[in-house]
Design a protein around this ligand. Sequence first.
Ligand code: SIN
Length: 342
Amino acid sequence: MPTKPTCPEPRRRCLRALAAALASAWGTGAHGAVRNTIRLSHVVARDTPKGMALEHFAQKVEERSQGRIRVQIFPQGELYGDHDEMQALQLGAVDMVAPSLSKFGPVGFPEFELFDLPFLFDRVEAVRRLTRGTVGNDLLQGLRRQGLLGLGFFDNGFKQLSANRPLLEPRDFVGQRMRVQASRVIAQQMRAWGAWPVVLPFSETRRALETGVVDGTENPLSNFWTQGMQAVQSDVSLTAHGYLGYAVVTHQRFWNHLAWTDQTLVRDALDEALAYGNAIADAHNNKALVALRQSHATRIHVPTEHQLQRLKQASQPVHAAFAARMGPMWLQGVKAELQRLA
Ligand code: SIN
């Protein structure tokens, strides 16, 4: 396993140096050997729905190319974390990334924060239909603005809340510092509920919970469980208030290097892997819930309908602020499309 490169210099300069050092992963290497390796970085554990879907992708690509193309996966943010994986892709230090949709806003794609709106979606199938249709296609096309190519969406279902107290309605959030992804919508959601949002990379979340830098967080249970957060959080509240989706992204520069037959091979393998990821997400989150219950490490709370209504009510300004930023017609169009697909 490669060790994480140390970067004493400013991050951008360091990434450039790494990009140069790694630049020959596709094509002919120093000794004339053909090294067709796709370097793929992500931030979660291998045994999560995302980790497993990407391993599935690697396996299919290698099988179908009869070993000619290899996918080298760097999980758990071991190479690049939330703050630098997109930059690493831009600079050619990796060839593919699979960030959560919440991480596209800060790098120039605020429209992706749509998926962070609390209580916008009530069933995961509806979101999947939306991402397969025009809305999803337009979002992926938009990535071309920065020379990127979106290859597809998949997800890890719905997020739940954790802290050292139940979080079931707005008054429970008062005074809580909640770790959030770098999404304006999620930060507003926490503020609207009375909490104080703290943006932290995923890889630093468990430690921040352990040391008391933050009091709580939100994530699907498979991420919660595989990071061992149950050891540092006494309460989980099953609010299913928000969606956690991903997009697999490559750089057009890298993609254009591939023969079209290889592009097809990679796309087909990825489509299959993303469907596999979606198919196992529910089971993994349910398995994590059973494991949490059996471990007795964490108390599990289920909000009442009234408590959920209060959270939904408090979320309305977050929807309004997003609509104002993106233009009200755009969000109305998405909501109409969701209804049409229901
Ligand atoms: C992920 O599933 O990719 C991480 C989500 C997070 O940062 O909370």
